[in-house]
Design a protein around this ligand. Sequence first.
Ligand code: SF4
Length: 349
Amino acid sequence: MNKLTSVKFLNESFPKTIDVLNSSPVYDAQIKEEKVNLIKKLLKEKDAKIIAHYYTHADVQEVAELTGGNVSDSLEMAKFGANQSSKMLIVAGVRFMGETAKILNPEKKVLMPTLKAECSLDLNCPANDLLEFRKKYPDRQLVVYANTSADVKAMADWVVTSSIAVKLIEYLNKQKIKIIWAPDKHLGGYLNDKTNANMKLWNASCIVHEEFKASSLLKLIKENKDAAVLVHPESPKEVIKLADIVGSTSQLISACKNLPNKKMIVATDNRIFYKMQKAAPTKILIEAPTGGRGATCISCAHCPWMAMNNLDNLIETLVEEKNEIIINEDVRKKAFISTNKMIEFAKTL
Ligand code: SF4
């Protein structure tokens, strides 16, 4: 059963409350099969491919895999879209991912199961405010995380995802290029610690990773001394300090597979368990603790916007060809330069 819940932004600079679906529908096996078969048929008719993020519901990831689509992190999603000959891309994730697909593929129709799926990092980094921040540091280049709008990408010198952020900041730092980083303060702080780049940081965070709690994680580690701790760098510094591996979603999945530990404590959106369990079926996956419902926890280790993608709105989108991503062409061309630089840089690694 779908449940509507309200998400209130903690960042007072951007007070906004939104209603989101906090869980995807659960279908019985036969109904699910009918929906999946319909999606297969529609994808063929429309010459479309699904690109889904690891944080979407397992049903969505499964149907993307079954139909020759892609399930991956932001960088791989962008690369996959750019390498497809199909006329239409259905991006199951959050809005900036749909925009990235359109930035890189202007000739393709890019649709999303819902345009209401946002990201707290994107929402808390409006282009006008970032422009003012940038003016304070005219001698610095602007590097933005992929979790930003097309407008922000259009004004950036570089776009980067968490999977290659350390490498890019090291590369720029070696050339003595001074940097402004936006929007994730935790990832920015982690990058500063790793690279000594001394970047100026924008102040925004991910509402999901912000909730992981170091004190309860430490308790869980003590109870599971044989477990490896996998942490996404959007998490607070105190949580990152407790990690055995800090990495992007793809890097955490690889670590889960390759580390010798049988147990994994995982501090990122728990929908990643679908792919982790496929990559490492014998491993025991344990969610890192959040504040818990009724305490300060809002999303409880699950992105409420990613949860808005499901088989029903995938079908509706395909049938009606609705929720199209449209970007002003001037903005798209500028955003293409910084986004494509990321793709080209990734090829050098
Ligand atoms: S998990 Fe966090 S960073 Fe990812 S889309 Fe959701 S709010 Fe944004």
